[in-house]
Design a protein around this ligand. Structure first.
Ligand SMILES: Nc1ncnc2c1ncn2[C@@H]1O[C@H](COP(=O)(O)OP(=O)(O)OP(=O)(O)O)[C@@H](O)[C@H]1O
Ligand SMILES: [Mg+2]
Length: 496
């Protein structure tokens, strides 16, 4: 196979720290080449160098044998390298159609004026071809995260690119959207497009990749054909050790009810949902798109206004108004949307950790507060093994998985009664996943009631004492650990 894109001796330094060290790598025409490695290994940095976001300190990039220097992602795109970045890159106030054609809007002949009619019809065509069910006149900000990600995928697909780079494309997608993405990937491969695919989901790497390259601490560890590795050996290459138990054991005995949900309904999202969560329990919520499972978690935390029905916290009725009143009553919430709802990307680690715990944990005396904040934040960095240059680091400078850890750390700084989590390990590498699971278990053992909404079924099965399955806005089943399997969950999730 011909080499399309080649990297020779690529090195990158951030703030004095080498992040990529002398990387040599060749991508072949028509292959799907997976890039794997721990959080902070340098995967996103590497593809940002290829696509003109960052510039390397040393080394060269060749496209079809010619050395290239891309000043911006736009110029990379013009040369045939289209990139879907890990973080959503969108303009929320603009429509889907405008976002898809951003910077390449169809214009009236010989005029700088955008042909809005054509823009809309082209966007509709594209969305339809990709099998998406999205109204292109909707503003981006009105869409759920998963649809926003699909719009970005559509944008990346919409080029006659010879190389398409995808950095964690499935991190925000539901099952149907994932199927649509995989259809698009098939289409690209038929056209001999080279795909560079970054993912922490090993099953995707196994089913999609022709070859895989492992990065660790900025170094290229190995490039392997798909018959040269199995899950165990690949994970060992990634984290530099064998992983024995991804899901650590937890002591669990049935204790008293902490949260009681009674006949909860929210418009057309879900109706008459009732369940209990016990002290020390990890309760899973599962369901396909629009099943209601995710709407229930958001509603209980106060993100959807006042629902019908009642929720009791330790016997007293919970007053559901908005997130800040919920936090005051003892609820914690890890959001799935870390970029727009979760983190303050322009602020440092300390501020991101302490934002929700400020009033409670920390004394009001400024001097004491600063010291304590730093101390507690440092502990959290150690505990969660966050890879960072220091507490002064802005969140935007952390790798995606390390940002996720900061978000989790925030809720571990204070004592809450109920912790609701959406996609707790999204974008987190396998080694760090097992650490996060360990800490969730510790929180549960200490008496917290944990509710976990996740689309990663192995995670629900590995972590939860019970799993509630939703479909069509109704609670269809409550499965015990013994009853829960991928099949039994799907069976109930598909019932309408
Ligand atoms: N803009 C930046 N400024 C300073 N340091 C950065 C910047 N971007 C990334 N880094 C650092 O470079 C290292 C590699 O980050 P990168 O985002 O490439 O990791 P990754 O392999 O994509 O990880 P993840 O799986 O978590 O997305 C990390 O230690 C990160 O903190
Ligand atoms: Mg990354």
């Amino acid at each position: 196979m011909n080499t399309v894109l080649e990297l020779k001796g690529i090195s990158k330094i951030f703030a004095g720290t080498p992040v990529l060290d002398n990387i040599d790598l060749a991508f072949k025409s028509g292959e799907l080449h997976a890039l794997v490695g721990e959080n902070g290994a340098g995967k996103s940095t590497l593809i940002k160098i290829i696509s003109g976001v960052y510039h390397q300190e040393a080394g060269k990039v060749y496209l079809n044998g010619k050395e290239v220097h891309f000043a911006t992602p736009n110029s990379a795109q013009k040369a045939g390298i289209s990139t879907l970045f890990q973080e959503i890159q969108e303009i929320p106030e603009m429509t889907v159609a405008e976002n898809v054609f951003l910077g390449r809007e169809p214009r009236y002949k010989n005029s700088p004026i955008v042909d809005t009619k054509q823009l809309k019809s082209e966007a509709e065509k594209l969305v339809k071809r990709l099998g998406l069910n999205i109204d292109v006149s909707t503003k981006m900000r009105e869409l759920p995260v998963s649809s926003r990600k699909m719009v970005e995928i559509a944008r990346a697909m919409n080029h006659q690119a010879s190389v398409v780079i995808m950095d964690e494309p499935t991190a925000n997608l539901n099952a149907e959207e994932m199927a649509a993405l995989f259809r698009m990937i098939d289409e690209l491969k038929k056209n001999r497009t080279t795909i560079i695919y970054i993912s922490h989901r090993m099953n995707e790497v196994f089913s999609l990749a022709d070859r895989v390259t492992v990065l660790r601490d900025g170094k290229l560890i190995a490039t392997l054909n798909n018959d040269q590795y199995d899950e165990k050996s690949l994970i060992a290459l990634m984290i530099g050790r064998e992983l024995t138990d991804l899901y650590p054991e937890r002591e669990h005995s049935i204790k008293e009810v902490v949260l009681e949900v009674k006949n909860l309904s929210l418009g057309e999202h879900f109706k008459n949902v009732s369940f209990d969560v016990h002290k020390g329990e990890v309760l899973g919520l599962a369901g396909l798109d629009a099943s209601g499972a995710n709407a229930v978690t958001k509603t209980i935390f106060g993100l959807c206004g006042k629902p019908e029905g009642k929720v009791f916290l330790n016997g007293a009725e919970l007053d559901i108004v908005n997130p800040s009143t919920s936090i005051k009553q003892g609820m914690a919430f890890l959001t799935e949307d870390r970029k727009t709802q979760g983190l303050f990307l322009n602020q440092n680690m300390v501020n991101n950790f302490t934002i929700s715990a400020l009033a409670k944990v920390f004394s009001n005396r400024a001097f004491m507060k600063k010291k304590k904040e730093r101390l507690e934040s440092n502990k959290m960095v150690d505990k969660l093994q966050i890879k960072t240059a220091g507490l002064h680091t802005r969140l935007s400078e952390l790798s995606g998985g390390n940002q996720q850890k900061v978000m989790l750390g925030r809720w571990m700084l204070d004592r809450y009664k109920v912790l609701i989590m959406e996609e707790p390990t999204r974008g987190v590498d396998v080694g760090a996943k097992s650490e996060i699971y360990y800490h969730i278990n510790k929180l549960a053992e200490a008496g917290l009631a944990v509710i976990m909404y996740s689309t990663e079924m192995p995670e629900l099965l590995g972590m939860c004492d019970r799993i509630l399955v939703f479909s069509g806005g109704e609670l269809k089943a409550a499965l015990s650990k013994e009853e829960a399997t991928q099949e039994s969950i799907m069976q109930h999730a598909l019932v309408r």
